[in-house]
Every structure is written in structure tokens, then in C-alpha cells.
Design a protein around this ligand. Structure first.
Ligand SMILES: Nc1nc2c(c(=O)[nH]1)N[C@H]1C(S)=C(S)[C@@H](COP(=O)(O)OP(=O)(O)OC[C@H]3O[C@@H](n4cnc5c(=O)[nH]c(N)nc54)[C@H](O)[C@@H]3O)O[C@H]1N2
Ligand SMILES: Nc1nc2c(c(=O)[nH]1)N[C@H]1C(S)=C(S)[C@@H](COP(=O)(O)OP(=O)(O)OC[C@H]3O[C@@H](n4cnc5c(=O)[nH]c(N)nc54)[C@H](O)[C@@H]3O)O[C@H]1N2
Ligand code: SF4
Ligand SMILES: [Mo]
Length: 696
């Protein structure tokens, strides 16, 4: 038996940990962290070891499957592509191009082959009804970047390893390993900050694992973060502590900002957030005084009713303290595949949002409508109604707000094709499933996440094992589907050819190529982040805007926000991420779900006492959209009045042999598709009003 050593980055989450995989011709022998990886330095989490399970999962779909009269049967590939193209084109011929919807799930962002081959597929379909998990995640960041800097992918990354002070608002990177901040091994990074005399402050309605590691934590009432951040801005401006740093000559809007933030005193923020005014004042003073400081606001501050205001305010805080585009502040990468330069629209004036959705009028950004309107766009008759769906690596029934409504709407479609690895809560509604390939069967180049990393890095590796039964890889499936739709015999360019071109024309084109990356297995270090945003701005006037009208116009809504006024639903629900579970698709790996049921509702002891709820007892949680029963976990890590349920569970009732038997529930039976951040249309998962009672 010959054993081989293969190095690649893990592409489950954004952290891109370097892996050393020992294997023989068809089995993984071990998966370990790569100590030489420039980002992860040997760190890895338990999910990486499960990469082998996803490949050998007995429930994995490995043949194209067609549903006829409610029964599934395996079919051949040629027939599968023929059916997909014929049925989709028939729907479009009868009802127009927009009658076919597309939903792209989170794994696509991590799958190099998919990123390279989905755009031609979407162009072939020619539909505007496009959706993705991004609108249940980070659109507020893109909207802030668009309005302030002119390009959605100019995302500022906190320079955690060189800062003196970080304020973390609504993120739990010790568990999530960072988002819009590729920085694996975050706990060690926080330890490093504290060891060099720095300070980390966590603002969260739950005393998280990150809060414990940071050492300083303030509870905040959900969805009130914008009050806090804007009060910090006001305090800094009022005390004359602002410093625009090297960007001063190109910053626009300081006076308009000053006027806009005037109502947001520390006292008002204290009343809304629950954080005392003196704490807010001290935080403003210390943040402005720190030599290098950075505010990092993420999921808890994005997937809420004021997500865009939060991301705008977070950028403003960094900008007015000279901590934007500077070492130790919020910085920008110079990635080897430079998506910003590739899609540059310099000099062209644009208006946002690009369009509005047909039924509710929610905004279209980055070419996609919010997933919150996907169900109503299937349910509501008229031109543009979705009558067929292409779902690629997505599970919106478990991951989108009010997901069961999407499940019901999927049942009414004329046709649905899914490219997936499982028959699950979403794909069970499909007529045709094309079996996707998993990480170890595919090449990896993290197109997206090298752009969001705390160092400039690049890494490329080929697949280790062939797909089962001689199946095509997923990118080939996508290319063949595109060709079938276009009635073409030739396939579009293969992903490696595209990568070759993008690397050659990118900022490191002189030194980084497909060949150099393959010769240096693992991830290559291209150096620390350097100030660069001034040259990269894409606003029509090439200036950086502190006070775009879109955000100022939303401030009256913030001022009118009165949490806790829903008498029927007196508690507020937030989500939770867990080390051994990734969104909705890793729960069929036995090694990741062993032990007690982790799908619990966390409740503060005082609330539990008032309601007569004992630890581990069954609790009924209800909201406007649904009701769930799950076990209580009583903990003073929760702020009083706030409860937390983890996301990604609820596979019970599916045929998945492990995940289906765990007795878990989906938080998105309770989340509400009517709750969105109106500027971006992003789902507001956090801050859902709920009622609680002991079951029975
Ligand atoms: N309440 C609440 N809801 C949330 C969140 C939250 O914090 N709270 N988080 C949101 C966020 S940030 C995100 S990103 C979304 C994720 O939302 P989705 O992207 O819809 O969900 P995933 O669980 O990533 O679904 C992945 C799907 O792809 C399939 N799959 C996995 N690997 C592969 C593969 O290699 N190939 C193919 N073809 N298919 C594959 C899985 O079987 C599954 O069907 O969820 C969102 N939903
Ligand atoms: N283990 C694991 N890692 C993951 C994932 C996973 O499912 N499992 N998913 C990946 C994905 S797709 C993403 S997008 C990233 C997300 O990564 P993070 O942004 O770190 O997301 P979360 O861990 O959900 O952390 C959100 C935090 O916000 C808090 N919060 C909720 N509401 C509010 C609020 O109103 N205000 C404030 N200040 N805080 C609030 C929650 O208590 C929680 O601690 O994680 C990625 N990494
Ligand atoms: S933290 Fe993310 S990238 Fe790193 S090993 Fe775990 S799943 Fe993979
Ligand atoms: Mo996400």
C-alpha cells in the first residue's frame, strides 16, 4: 500500500486552515493541521477531520435521481442533463425567463469549481430571480462598502494580529473561526493581543466563548448595537478626539455625519442598549486614544433589523479614529485573484439598489434578491412568478427565515432541480437531484476567502480522490448543465484555465501562478496587509463617503425602535453557532454529533425561575411564524430576557440516518421572513420576539 501526503486548505468554513492529509489510493489515513500554514500555523477544528466522512457518508447521493409519481429512481447522466434543460426551458417558454429561480447555498462560496462555473449557468438561464444564502448573512457589509467605497467586495478586515484594541460586536470567532475575517485559531490570536498589553472587548447578548477568552464583555439588548456605535461616534466627535489619519484628504461627509449623530447621546444609548453611559463614554475615549484599534461587527450586528446601519457605523468608527486602511486597524487585502479589480466599474455612475422585488419591493444588491422574499415570489401569481427552481448546495428550508414556508412553496413548483449531496428538508422537494462532489474530490483555491484574510495568501491543490462511479466533478456537472441549456456541444472553460488567467492578471501575477502554487503544496504567504484603499476606491468621485444618504435616511427608523413591545412574545431570541456543526449539513457525521443533544434553548436562571422551567426540561418556544419544543439549558451566560437556539439543526423527519434521528429542531421555524433590514433586505434572524413556557 502506497501512502501519500497531500496539503490543502480546509474549505468548510472561512478560516482556510492548512491541512496535511495522509491517504492511500482510496482511504484517508489521517487529517492533521499544517504547522507551516501562514494563517493557521497548525490549528484545525474537529470538522476538518470529518472531511473524510462527507465522502464516505452512506446517505450520500451518488447517482442522478429522478422523482416520478412520488418515487425516486436512479437515472443516467445524459438523461439527467436532458431532463434538466428541457424542463427548465419549457417553464421559461411558457412563463418567461424569470419563471426559473436560482438559489445558491453557502458551500458554493467555498467551492472553487462552482465559483468558476456557476456564472455562465446563471447567464444561460437569464433570470433575475436569483437568491443566495448571502442575504441571510452579510449583505449589510456589502451595502456599507458600496455606499462608502463604491464596490461591494472592498470589505475591511480587522488586523487582529497587529492591533492594540479590538471591539467585537455580534461575532463569536472563537467558535465560528471568523467571518469576513479569515483568521483561524482565533483564541490564540486573542491571547496574543492580551499578551502584548492589548485589550479585547466583546459586546453580545450572550457571554460567549469569545467573551470568556477576551476577558471583557458587556451584555447588550439585541438589535440595539447601532445606538451604541453611533453614540461612540458622537462622543468621539463631541470631545474633538477624531483623527481621519492619512485618508483625511479623500474623506467626504464629516459635517453631515456630525449633524446626523447629534441625537444619539451616551444616555440615550444606555437606555436602549442596557450598557451604562459611563461605560460607553470610557469606551469612546479609550478607542480613540488607542494607538491602533479596530471595531469588528459581524453576524449578530448584520442579521438584525439594523444590519446596514451597524456596518456603516462600524466603518465610521474605524474611519474617524484613523484606524481605517492602517496597520492594526481595518485593512484591505491585495489578493492574488483580485475580484475588485476584475469587476472594476471605476468611473461609471450607478444607483442603488439595482432593482426591487416584485411583491414586497425589497432591494436587489449584488444581482440577488433577499432570500426572505423567495417564498412569496413562488406563491404570488403574475409575470415573474417563480415556477421552477435550480438549487445548488443550499438548504433554505432549514436556513432561511420562516424556512417551512419555503418548503411549502417548493411543493407548488412545476419543476425543481437540486445539485446536492443529500436528500434533505430542501432537496426532498426536488424532481431531479444531481449528485455533487465533496471537498476531497475537487480542486481548491479559496477565491473568496483569500480576499478576506488577515494576511495576503494563496493556495491551490487538486482533488485527492475521484468522484464515485466515475461521476463528473461538480464543476463539470455545472458546465454540462450550461451546455445543455444552451444547446451547445462544447463545454465552457474549465476552472483551472480561468484560475490561470485570473492569477496571471492579478497583483501577484509575476510570482504566483497555477504552477508555482502546485509546486508549493499548502498555502503560500504573500505578506502582511498593506494600506491600499485610496487607489482602490470605486465611488464615482473616487472619495470615501462617511455619511451616505442611504444610512442617514434610516436613522429616524432607528430612533423610533422600541424593543420589548410585543406583549404576546415578551422574550427575544438570538442564534448560536457550535464548534462541531457547520450550518445545516455536517450533522450526518457521527463523530460530529456524538454526545448529548446540543440543540437546546439557553435561558437565564431568573427567567427560568419565573416561568417554572427546570434545567433540561422541555420548553415550548413560539413566535409569529411557528412553535418548537426543545430542552432548556439554564445559564447565566444569557442576558435576562434573551434566549438562544443554535442554527443549522432540524433534520428530524429526513431520511438522513444519523442527523435524522437526533431529535433536533430548526430555529428557522421561528424566525420571521417579515423581519428584515430594509436597506439591504438581509434577514433579521436575531431579535425575534418569542414566548416561552414549560411543556406539558
Ligand atoms: N436562524 C439562523 N439562520 C441562519 C443563520 C443563523 O445564524 N441563524 N446563518 C445563516 C448563514 S450565515 C448562512 S451562510 C446560511 C447557510 O444557508 P445554506 O447555504 O442554505 O445552508 P447550508 O447548511 O450551508 O446548506 C448546504 C447545502 O449544500 C449541501 N452540500 C454540502 N456540501 C456540498 C457539496 O460539496 N456540494 C453540493 N452540491 N452540495 C453540498 C448540503 O447537503 C445542504 O443541502 O444559513 C443562514 N441561516
Ligand atoms: N463552527 C461553526 N463555524 C462556523 C459556522 C457554523 O455553522 N459553525 N458558520 C460559518 C458561517 S456561514 C458564518 S457566516 C460565520 C459567522 O460567524 P460569526 O459572525 O462569528 O457568527 P456567530 O457565531 O453566529 O456569532 C454571532 C454572535 O452575535 C451574537 N448576537 C446575536 N444577536 C445580537 C445582537 O443583536 N447584538 C450583538 N451585539 N450580538 C448579537 C450572538 O450571541 C453570537 O455570539 O461562521 C462560520 N463558521
Ligand atoms: S476552522 Fe473551518 S477551515 Fe479550519 S478546520 Fe475547522 S472547518 Fe476547516
Ligand atoms: Mo454564513
Amino acid at each position: 500500500m502506497t501512502t501519500h501526503i497531500h496539503k490543502r486548505t480546509c474549505n468548510i468554513c472561512e478560516a482556510m486552515c492548512g491541512l496535511i492529509i495522509t491517504h492511500d489510493a482510496d482511504t484517508v489515513l489521517s487529517i492533521k493541521g499544517d504547522p507551516d500554514d501562514p494563517l493557521s500555523e497548525g490549528f484545525l477544528c474537529p470538522k476538518a477531520v470529518a472531511l473524510q466522512d462527507f465522502r464516505t457518508d452512506p446517505d450520500r447521493i451518488t447517482r442522478p435521481r429522478l422523482k416520478e409519481n412520488g418515487q425516486w429512481r436512479d437515472i443516467g447522466w445524459d438523461e439527467a442533463f436532458d431532463i434538466a434543460a428541457t424542463r427548465l426551458r419549457a417553464v421559461q417558454a411558457a412563463h418567461g425567463a424569470d419563471a426559473v429561480g436560482v438559489y445558491l447555498g453557502n458551500p458554493n462560496a467555498h467551492k472553487f469549481g462552482n465559483l468558476m462555473t456557476i456564472p455562465p449557468l446563471v447567464r444561460a438561464l437569464g433570470t433575475q430571480n436569483r437568491y443566495s444564502s448571502a442575504t441571510a448573512d452579510q449583505i449589510p457589509h456589502h451595502v456599507a462598502s458600496i455606499h462608502m467605497m463604491g464596490h461591494p467586495m472592498l470589505i475591511p478586515i480587522p488586523d487582529i494580529d497587529r492591533t492594540d484594541m479590538i471591539v467585537i460586536i455580534g461575532a463569536n470567532p472563537v467558535i465560528s473561526n471568523g467571518s469576513l475575517m479569515t483568521a483561524p485559531g482565533y483564541g490564540k490570536r486573542l491571547d496574543g493581543l492580551r499578551m502584548r498589553g492589548g485589550r479585547a472587548v466583546v459586546i453580545d447578548p450572550r457571554r460567549t466563548e469569545t467573551a470568556e477568552r477576551a476577558g471583557e464583555h458587556h451584555f447588550i439588548r439585541p438589535e440595539t448595537d447601532a445606538f451604541l456605535m453611533i453614540a461612540l461616534i458622537r462622543e468621539i466627535l463631541a470631545t474633538g478626539a477624531e483623527d481621519l489619519g492619512h485618508l483625511a484628504p479623500i474623506i467626504e461627509g464629516l459635517e453631515a455625519l456630525r449633524v446626523a449623530v447629534e441625537p444619539f447621546t451616551a444616555e440615550m444609548a444606555a437606555e436602549r442598549t442596557g450598557i451604562p453611559a459611563p461605560v460607553i463614554r470610557d469606551l469612546a475615549r479609550d478607542f480613540a486614544a488607542a494607538k491602533r484599534a479596530v471595531c469588528y461587527a459581524r453576524m449578530g450586528a448584520s442579521t438584525q433589523s439594523f444590519g446596514s446601519l451597524c456596518q456603516w457605523a462600524s466603518n465610521v468608527l474605524n474611519l474617524i479614529t484613523g484606524n481605517f486602511d492602517t496597520i492594526g486597524g481595518a485593512m484591505f487585502t491585495t489578493p492574488a485573484v483580485d475580484y475588485v479589480a476584475m469587476t472594476s466599474r471605476k468611473g461609471r455612475t450607478r444607483s442603488y439598489p439595482e432593482k426591487r422585488s416584485r411583491v414586497s419591493g425589497l432591494p436587489l444588491y449584488n444581482g440577488e434578491y433577499p432570500v426572505s422574499v423567495m417564498a412569496e415570489e413562488m406563491e404570488t401569481p403574475g409575470t415573474g412568478q417563480i415556477r421552477a427552481l435550480v438549487a445548488i448546495a443550499g438548504n433554505p428550508v432549514l436556513t432561511a427565515p420562516n424556512g417551512r414556508r419555503i418548503g411549502k412553496a417548493l411543493e407548488t413548483l412545476d419543476f425543481m432541480v437540486a445539485i446536492d449531496i443529500h436528500l434533505n428538508a430542501t432537496t426532498e422537494h426536488a424532481d431531479l437531484i444531481l449528485p455533487g462532489t465533496v471537498a476531497l474530490e475537487e480542486p481548491v483555491y479559496d477565491m473568496v476567502f483569500h480576499s478576506f484574510a488577515v494576511r495576503n495568501t494563496a493556495g491551490y491543490a487538486h482533488g485527492i480522490f475521484p468522484p464515485p462511479h466515475g461521476n463528473p466533478t461538480e464543476s463539470e456537472i455545472l458546465r454540462r448543465m450550461t451546455a445543455a441549456l444552451n444547446g451547445a456541444n462544447e463545454l465552457g472553460p474549465d476552472p483551472e484555465a480561468l484560475l490561470r488567467h485570473f492569477l496571471a492578471t492579478g497583483p501577484h501575477g509575476g510570482t504566483v501562478s497555477v504552477e508555482t502554487l502546485l509546486e508549493t503544496p499548502g498555502c503560500v504567504d504573500l505578506g502582511p496587509l498593506t494600506p491600499n484603499v485610496a487607489e482602490r476606491l470605486e465611488t464615482p468621485d473616487e472619495r470615501l463617503h462617511l455619511a451616505p444618504q442611504a444610512f442617514l435616511d434610516d436613522l429616524p427608523r432607528l430612533l423610533a425602535f422600541a424593543p420589548g413591545t410585543d406583549a404576546a412574545h415578551p422574550f427575544v431570541m438570538i442564534g448560536r453557532r457550535q464548534t462541531r456543526s457547520h450550518n445545516s449539513w455536517t450533522q450526518n457525521s457521527p463523530r460530529l454529533v456524538k454526545g448529548r443533544n446540543r440543540c437546546t434553548v439557553q435561558i437565564h436562571p431568573d427567567d427560568a425561575l419565573k416561568l417554572g422551567i427546570a434545567d433540561e426540561a422541555a420548553v415550548v418556544v413560539s413566535s409569529r411564524t411557528g412553535q418548537l419544543t426543545l430542552n432548556a439549558e439554564i445559564t447565566d451566560a444569557m442576558a435576562p430576557g434573551v434566549v438562544s437556539i443554535p442554527q443549522g439543526w432540524g433534520q428530524s423527519g429526513t431520511g438522513l440516518s444519523v442527523a435524522g434521528g437526533l431529535g433536533t429542531v430548526s430555529i428557522n421555524d421561528l424566525t420571521d421572513d417579515a423581519r428584515v433590514d430594509p436597506i439591504s433586505g438581509n434577514a433579521a434572524f436575531n431579535g425575534v420576539p418569542v414566548a416561552l413556557r414549560a411543556a406539558g
